[in-house]
Design a protein around this ligand. Structure first.
Ligand SMILES: Cc1ncc(COP(=O)(O)O)c(C=O)c1O
Length: 449
């Protein structure tokens, strides 16, 4: 299906309006504007129902790492779905793709992380991590360690607990969250705190202040009441907040000193986005747990995983019956998609490509927007970046980031509109020419703001 006739499109939009609740959507705006229907995709390009080609600057939702149209993944899924579409991994059952995927993840994960607990999404991967953390703290004789520490601007998912971990009031307020026991420390985001930090040194100094605030927060709560700290190495949906020098390792050390488990939420950052299989390796974070989803299958099928360090997996496995798991944990067809996807990332050398070539090209190009009158700040690393826009705090009814994303779409590119910024995270296969096309459209967008 590509271009649709006007009547077919109208009929689909009417059915969508009549029956479909969209995630993270203002339905009155959607119904006024009409659903934007995507009908096909190849490489980094989407086709919509009106036959327009759009460059996908967000890889779907920070996830289509290998780009669209992977024959390898399609073939693997096709083969598996015919052989064994589904069987649970509960009780004593398993299936070959799930076993091979757990094995492969152990090979590419940071040293000492060798076990995978599968689920269906990033939220579920974090929920599983929460259950593992509570269970292990209890086994260690610390049942009072139940509180969870995250940061402002964090995004960890949409369940009650993971929304509570998220540090964005817009996600929490409509549901009367966070739940009790979820604490938030400051994020290393000086611009949001109206602190000017233009040099690396200033950013590092701000990071140190955040570390000190975090320490005070932990001491005020009582360190022995806190089970775990969840950290996105680069905060994504909160605005692509790149950690300053020394910050992440200092947080990691603080967790260790206080007996707090350290969970790296790598739902966006794993599988090449930052030019490494895992961002944890870039900063030598040695997490107790790592959560992944998105790029695990490049979004072709839904899958998440919670990866456990050897110490934790030993405790969990030694701790008797583990009363947790989803119907679709270790889903064979999703695991087959993940295995093919990881193979494709490796065969196409996408990780060194992001690290040495296309990542630096992207970051350099994005930084050129610094100094544009509509731009307050540019943040970028690997193949992820954001432009903080001037007027983010203005009282206009539509946030400036959302307006900018709409304008960018008129210029033929998809970016993520955040309240005060636009974010980009294109497929890892994007070419230099396509990055130029993306930035040309961004330039025109900024000129119109
Ligand atoms: C860092 C991070 N963690 C968790 C999630 C939640 O993942 P999902 O939407 O698959 O539940 C997201 C989603 O964007 C994310 O960016």
């Amino acid at each position: 299906m590509s271009e649709l006739s006007k009547s077919a499109l109208d009929e689909l939009r009417a059915a969508d309006r009549a029956h479909h609740i969209h995630p993270y959507t203002d339905h009155s705006e959607l119904h006024a504007a009409g659903t934007h229907l995507i009908t096909g995709a190849e490489g980094c390009w989407l086709t919509d129902a009106e036959g327009r080609r759009l460059l996908d600057g967000l890889a779907g939702l920070w996830c289509v790492n290998v780009g669209y149209g992977s024959k390898k993944i399609a073939d693997a899924v096709n083969e598996q779905i015919r052989k064994l579409p589904f069987y649970p991994s509960f009780f004593n059952s398993s299936n070959e793709p799930a076993i091979r995927l757990a094995e492969r993840l152990a090979e590419i994960a940071p040293a000492g992380v060798n076990h995978a607990l599968f689920s269906g999404s990033g939220s579920e991967a974090n929920e599983s991590a929460l259950k593992v953390v509570r269970s292990v703290q209890q086994m260690r004789g610390h049942p009072q360690r139940t509180k969870i520490l995250t940061r402002e601007f964090a995004y960890h998912g949409v369940t009650l607990a993971t929304t509570s971990m998220t540090g964005l009031p817009a996600c929490q307020d409509p549901f009367n969250l966070p739940l009790p026991g979820f604490l938030h420390a400051p994020a290393p985001h000086p611009y949001a705190a109206s602190q000017v930090a233009t040099t690396e040194l200033e950013r590092a100094a701000y990071g140190k202040r955040c570390i000190e605030e975090t320490r005070k927060r932990i001491e005020a709560e009582g360190p022995d009441t806190i089970a775990a700290m969840f950290i996105e190495p680069v905060q994504g949906a909160g605005g692509v907040i790149v950690p300053p020098d020394g910050y992440l390792l200092a947080l990691r050390q603080m967790a260790r000193d206080f007996g707090i488990l350290f969970v790296a939420d790598e739902v966006i950052t794993a599988f090449g986005r930052l030019g490494s299989w895992f961002a944890s390796c870039l900063w030598s974070l040695e997490p107790d747990l790592i959560t992944v989803a998105k790029g695990l299958t490049s979004g072709y099928l839904p899958m998440g995983a919670t990866l456990l360090s050897d110490a934790l997996s030993d405790e969990l496995i030694g701790g008797g019956y583990f009363a947790h798991g989803h119907t679709y944990s270790g889903h064979p067809t999703c695991a087959a998609a993940a295995l093919a996807n990881l193979e494709e990332i490796e065969e196409r050398k996408l990780i060194p490509r992001v690290h040495d070539d296309i990542g630096p090209y992207f970051v350099e190009g994005l930084k050129k927007f610094e100094g544009h009158p509509a731009v307050a700040e540019v943040r970028a690393t690997g193949l992820i970046g954001a432009i903080e826009l001037v007027g983010g705090g203005s009282s206009q009814s539509s946030p400036v980031g959302l307006r900018a994303a709409d304008i960018a779409r008129e210029h033929g590119v998809i970016v993520r509109g955040l309240s005060t910024a636009i974010a980009m995270a294109p497929p890892l296969i994007i070419s230099r020419d396509e990055i130029d096309t993306l930035f040309e459209a961004i330039g025109k967008t900024l000129d119109r703001l």
